[in-house]
Design a protein around this ligand. Structure first.
Ligand code: HSE
Length: 421
């Protein structure tokens, strides 16, 4: 649990925190609706006030900073609003809240002269928020792409490296504390979508909701895809992409992707996250680290708390982080994406099937780069065909695959994974 991790960081690292902040930071109170979860705090420091109502925190005079770690959107929003209206600074790790309702909350924070910090909301221990809004503040960001869901990366890595079954790998990720309370957010791409919306706001000033762009999860990735990808020289990674195109439109998308084995992202295994940022002046930066788990996430939260404490001690006015919003940006539709694709067809193993299939792709202007056919083990009369295409427009590919799957050629819907290079 991140809350427990934060309590430990604040109490057990009090010396270094005091030295870096320039004053002690006191953990005044902790709230949890489940009193049993507060035992650990009681054991570590009996002087900390223990509450069963988080809204009490916002009312207390001895509190300057409220940390919201309850997750979800509705209650968390009410708590953050209550804290900001009571003129408390807020630190949150809640990407769902900020992605869905962040614009109004940042306005509320500014109106109340308070800070709203959220480094832990994206990529856990990797300081991606600070790098984009501070270190690269002078640059035009071209693209941000990376692995920003540790659970998905852990599952795909376990499937690839240990031959683990999807369900077993997910269970292990949950037990290790990487997954969201509702792990469907991890495996369907929702969690990465929340984070990408925040990244798009910071990097491009774009006010976007996760529902504005494609978020595709890893749940349909099959062990056969991992094997074919490996044989073709790729690994499958859960990717998030935010790119400013030459046209000025933004390309935003979350989906599993084939990444060449030579790409640094191919070496980001397990629950690790990584973010590659391209800027006009800085060129390419690559950040990698633990993106999930109590310790890394709590450390990011504590870093924000320390930053706010330093601002407060220096009497610094509240900082504005966001680029002036460009409002609703033009987003490239996924149909207009030009990419190379991996396609896996389940077909009847009969004369003429391969020729018909490649003919139909060719009729749509889709050019095949590599093709492999395997007879399905244990199946009668069926085969699997795996293809890498040259660049094609996704609209054309989709139309062609729909037409192919409407014929008697395939025995199951064709599976498509984009290649990202
Ligand atoms: N469930 C998230 C992940 C935790 O797996 O990346 C960090 O946001």
């Amino acid at each position: 649990m991140i809350g427990e991790g934060l309590v430990k960081v604040l109490l057990e690292h009090a010396d270094v925190i005091r030295a870096r902040a320039g004053a002690p930071i006191r953990l005044a109170a902790v709230a949890d609706k489940d009193p049993a979860r507060l035992d650990i705090v009681r054991a570590l420091d009996p002087s900390v006030a223990l509450l069963d109502d988080a809204f009490e925190l916002a009312k207390r005079d001895d509190i300057d900073i409220v940390v919201e770690l309850i997750g979800g959107v509705d209650v968390a929003e009410r708590l953050v609003r209550a804290a900001l209206e009571a003129k408390k600074h807020v630190v949150t790790a809640n990407k769902a809240l900020l992605a869905e309702r962040g614009a109004a909350l940042f306005d509320l924070a500014a109106a109340n002269g308070c800070d709203l910090y959220f480094e832990a909301a994206v990529a856990g221990a990797i300081p991606v928020i600070r790098v984009i809004r501070e270190s690269l503040a002078s640059d035009h960001i071209r693209s941000v792409r990376g692995i920003i869901n540790g659970t998905s990366n852990y599952i795909l890595s376990s499937m690839a490296n240990e031959g683990a079954a999807f369900a077993d790998a997910l269970k292990a990720a949950q037990e290790a504390g990487f997954a969201e309370a509702d792990p469907t957010l991890d495996i369907t791409g929702g969690d990465a979508g929340h984070k990408l919306a925040l990244i798009a706001g910071l990097a491009f000033g774009a006010r976007v909701l996760p529902s504005d762009f494609l978020t595709e999860g890893i749940e349909k990735v099959d062990p056969r895809d991992i094997q074919y990808a490996r044989n073709f020289g790729y690994v499958i990674r859960p990717l998030a992409v935010a790119e400013r195109l030459e046209s000025g439109a933004l390309d935003l998308r979350v989906h599993p992707a084939l990444v060449p084995k030579s790409d640094p992202l191919a070496h980001v295994d397990g629950a690790l996250n990584a973010v590659a940022i391209q800027g006009e002046m800085v060129g390419s930066s690559f950040l990698s680290g633990l993106g999930a788990g109590a310790g890394p996430t709590a450390t990011s939260v504590a870093g924000d708390v320390i930053d706010i404490a330093k601002n407060t001690l220096a009497g610094a006015p509240v900082r504005r982080w966001h680029l002036p919003s460009e409002g609703e940006p033009e987003l490239q539709s996924i149909a207009d994406l030009s990419s190379r694709y991996y396609l896996r067809f389940s077909v009847r193993d009969e004369s003429g099937v391969l020729a018909s299939l490649s003919g139909k792709l060719s009729d749509s202007g889709i050019s095949i780069e590599v093709m492999v056919q395997d007879r399905d083990a244990g199946e009668d009369g069926t085969a699997t065909i795996a293809i890498l295409t040259h660049h094609a427009r996704e609209g054309e590919i989709r139309a062609s695959l729909n037409a192919i799957d409407d014929t008697h050629l395939t025995t199951a819907p064709t599976h498509l994974i984009r290649i990202v290079e």
